[in-house]
Design a protein around this ligand. Sequence first.
Ligand code: OXD
Ligand code: MN
Length: 593
Amino acid sequence: MSSKLEALNRWVEDVARLTRPDHIHWCDGSEAEYDALVERMLASGDLIELNPRTHPNCFLHRSHPSDVARVEHLTFICTRNRDDAGPNNHWMDPAEAHAKIDALFAGCMQGRTLYVIPYCMGPLDSPLARCGVEITDSPYVVVNMALMTRMGARALARIEREGKFVKGLHSIGELDPHKRYILHFPEELTIKSIGSGYGGNALLGKKCHALRIGSWQARQEGWLAEHMLIVGIENPRGETHYLAAAFPSACGKTNLAMLIPPEGYAQAGWKVWTIGDDICWMTPGADGRLWAINPEAGYFGVAPGTSAKTNPNALAMLNHDAIFTNVALTADHQPWWEGLPGVPVKDWQGRDYVPGSGPAAHPNSRFTVSARQCPSWSPRAEDPQGVPISAIVFGGRREHLVPLVFEARDWRHGVLVGAAMGSETTAAATGAVGVLRRDSMAMKPFCGYNFADYFAHWLSFDRPGMRLPKIFHVNWFRKGADGKFLWPGFGDNLRVLEWILGRCAGSEGAEETPIGNLPRPQDLNLAGLDLPRSQLEALLHVDIEGWIAEYESIGEYLASFGARMPRALLEEQQRIAALLAEQEIEPQPLGTP
Ligand code: OXD
Ligand code: MN
């Protein structure tokens, strides 16, 4: 097979000449193709069948132990001008990068099949969607792409119609960390990735296309490609409002996107609808609102911690037709991870599990599953126009200082709040866990260009005719002096979302503070929640001295981007720093609106 698009055929031929595969397979996205690939991987040992009674059509993949997470130090943005990649990215000169990686690609597919995967990020008939083609020698990548994207014949038809697509070349190579690179050439709409089979490095539609190349395309075309979940909140009157929320990797985006309302809320008629759990593409509509699609068609979620308490919807979608990567196994071959009942007998590497010897599942073990299997899946996820966004929420993992929720004064302040986001690192990337780092808009590992230009792009949406969402910041991870979380989180986060949507509708009160508007205790619906008053006050406290230091550090962070940093953002930082300094001299509430 080949395509009607000469440019695509030529590229596949060029790649085949370089990599020298034994066979070439053009993926049609059919069930028969999926089943045949699974059969082949069961035979080769790349997949292990899970208990067909409890988990029909579910499989386990164990990756190479040195290949279990994204590798940010091996991920590069290769632009002609180094400043276009910015200090937030590792940079390599494009010519040098091509030469380096092509040498590794040379002959790397001998004895293997080259798969051509045409895919569409977003509903196939959506003007907001964009297409790509991934070439890979990993059948594991093909079946994951089949769950995570709209891939196959229909995507190819759109690509042939449009004539434009992102090119992604991937090979597991030798799975050697010393011969591993994840390279992006935004000016050429091209990705080249070798030496890793792990999700974020290998499923090129996700981070590489939908975020790194996507953010570049979005800037050129006037939209936003963001590391955000999209969730619809239906109130008892039957009205659904949509929020987009950015949290760094492994900070609970999937749980929030699939939230189960607390008892009183459920009884009153509140419902939660999941559109996406990781990526959001937003475009201004004719009405001036931002309209969002989830470019993905599935979830590649972190397994550990997913439980009946934290995310029953996720558990319900994982008992059939799912792929698990690096989880542990029970005696009867069910997938297992920390947080689930039962006992693991094999750890994520297939070794006999010795209780007390550390986690049985890898902390970054994952599930891959079609979005439609989620009980809270919203049919609006297939709406070609997307959904209108009422509120944008930023959040990080902050043990100290940052209150449960606050509202930005306006769009410019909101962009600063997003730019200043900090979070303690998690196992989703290699490197130390629990270290505080700035992770602007949760895009530090994913923005395909200079953050200073990215902030300017965000600021540019504040123009006549726009009806922009309100911007908020939340922190579910605040801890007390005893080291315990102050806020129950999970389903109870709906209480905070209700206040957020109330603020958007103009129906909820707040107290103005220098860092933004906070709910007063009486503004939150806490019915049925046993939260001591002192704990609530701690969650809503603004520690002026602590924030003065925080704003100093934010100022240093913004300054580190040099002359490209938009003046408006620096002025906003200075404005708030001055407000904080005034408060320190005269600590008085600024009053209520
Ligand atoms: C992810 C990540 O896989 O952010 O979504 O690491
Ligand atoms: Mn993510």
